[in-house]
Design a protein around this ligand. Sequence first.
Ligand SMILES: *Cc1c(COP(=O)(O)O)cnc(C)c1O
Length: 370
Amino acid sequence: MNSILVTRSSMPEFDEYIEEIRDMWDSHWLTNMGVKHKQFQKKLIEYLKIDNIELLTNGHMALELGIQALGLTEGEVITTPFTFASTTHAIVRNGLTPVFCDIDPVTFTIDANKLEELVTERTVAILPVHVYGNICNIEEIDRIAKKYKLKVIYDAAHAFGEEYKGIGIGSYGDISCFSFHATKVFNSIEGGAVAFRDVSFGKTIYQLKNFGIKNEEEVDGIGANAKMNEFCAAMGLCNLRHIDGEIAKRGKIVERYCYHLDGIAGLRLNSQQLDVKSNYSYFPVVFDERKFGSNRDEVKAALAVCGIGARKYFYPLTNTFECFRGRYENAQVPIAQKISRRILTLPLYADLSMQDVDKICDIILKCKKL
Ligand SMILES: *Cc1c(COP(=O)(O)O)cnc(C)c1O
């Protein structure tokens, strides 16, 4: 039995990648901001329609060093528990306190209408996530941030290539952090980046990703090592040539899923947002057991029996993690709790066949007991 995984990395033709890395055998320049790094940076600025970008080893370091480069060293950061571990860890690893805000039941992003009541005199920033590529309530977040002079750090790991009102998604907030991990819509094997407008922020994060080294004799930041290497940048350059085609293929798959599953009682699909150019990064389904007859875990198990991987994404909520025991469990996030127990993301990648989508939907529909 051939198995279908929840995701599968997009890759260029083998020869295209080999051609891209050929020069490195002449130059012997493998990392530390080489030619590929610079080319990839330039191409991304064009593609993402943003002012500036710094490349990093991964999306997590974009978040972690991005927070540091904004000069945030103490206080509270209002964020969402309905996210990947990375988002919350980046806050805590900077010595900051996450304050969890509930999510919007439709977009699954932070509920901007519940955000303002969480602002205290210790609040220094807001860290929302564009979940599944659904764009946060940018206008309201911006209004609150301006009113209380807070930094806004978008976790844009799911939002590569998206636009809101014709503007690159990385242009909103103070900074936006992208992930180019192998499992994401766009990958550079491992990789990440932070988009920003403020040129001085750029200088700071550039140094922080290289140990805080300012020049040969001066080190003025407690940095890390988070430089994207040339092989990853080369992979990014290759994949970027094909990204529009890959996203278009994902769009067709999403259409096919909707054709089978839209309107089925007990299933709720992701809704298309107004003014958003989507990247079709995930296909989440919320299962309502009372109307569908089977719950999320039963559907996941039925798929697993047929060799199909689906993911409880995001479950559990980050505030309930073992490593935070005794710290944040009392966060008031009832909607996030409810969604995280009911949501499943289905397999979605550019080369997923329509027959496989049909098969997956067939199995899900057989779980309908009402
Ligand atoms: C993938 C992801 C990250 C981390 O990115 P990496 O490149 O894997 O380090 C952060 N936040 C979210 C929401 C993600 O999905």
